[in-house]
Design a protein around this ligand. Structure first.
Ligand code: FAI
Length: 196
């Protein structure tokens, strides 16, 4: 089955996978806690505005995963101290679904730090043409751009960033391109990528 891009929040581990029929020549590049999805050097030129972006960003208050340019404002709001639900919901609503041939939904998740037991700090969501869905995460949950396009509980075992990236990459959904993983690590986060 082809579900396009997808996000998993664990809630203390997270993953993002690029699956793509149309733009397979892409890679994940990890620069100090920010994972950028970008064309490989041999990729054919494209003017599609939705295929290069930061797919993972770490902040002091949580780590953000997602499938487009909304990851940056979500991370900025989280860093400013917005509650996770609001940090996720506002940029999703402001940017809305992608204006491409598929009305591709924007999807995103926040992995929280676990040192504040009162915070509802892990969330996952999507904005589609017909809905804005943002949910607190208490068990591993997946949302994808196509088919599985609402947050749903999902069996995900990984306990660290490398395991999360690997497990996401290996999941049995078609056209895997690359993946990123993130996990709480002490007071911060560790990140990992898979490109194959
Ligand atoms: N985030 C991404 O990596 C990404 N890759 C492709 N898209 C969009 O989704 C459309 C369909 O792509 P595909 O056939 O690879 O699933 C593309 O034309 C593009 O507008 C993306 N946008 C959202 O998922």
């Amino acid at each position: 089955m082809y579900v396009g891009r997808f996000v998993i929040v664990g809630p203390e581990v997270g993953a993002y996978r690029v699956s793509s029929r149309s733009f397979p020549h892409r890679q994940a590049v990890d620069r100090d806690g920010t994972v950028t999805i970008e064309p490989t050097p041999d990729a054919p030129p494209s003017d599609n505005p939705y295929i290069s972006y930061n797919g993972l960003r770490v902040t002091e208050n949580g780590a953000v995963v997602g499938n487009g340019s909304h990851v940056d404002p979500i991370a900025e709001k989280l860093q400013l101290g917005y509650p996770a639900r609001d940090a996720l919901a506002e940029p999703l609503l402001a940017l809305d679904f992608e204006k491409d041939d598929y009305d591709t939904p924007r999807i995103a998740g926040i992995v929280g730090l676990d040192d504040d037991p009162t915070a509802e700090d892990a969330v996952i969501g999507t904005v589609r043409r017909d809905a804005l869905l943002v949910e607190e995460v208490t068990e591993p949950t997946l949302v994808a751009t196509y088919e599985n396009d609402r947050p749903e509980a999902f069996d995900f075992e990984a306990g660290d960033a490398a395991g999360a990236a690997r497990e996401a990459y290996d999941l049995d959904f078609e056209h895997a391109v690359c993946a990123a993983g993130v996990a709480v690590d002490g007071d911060g986060f560790e990140t990992a990528i898979v490109n194959e």
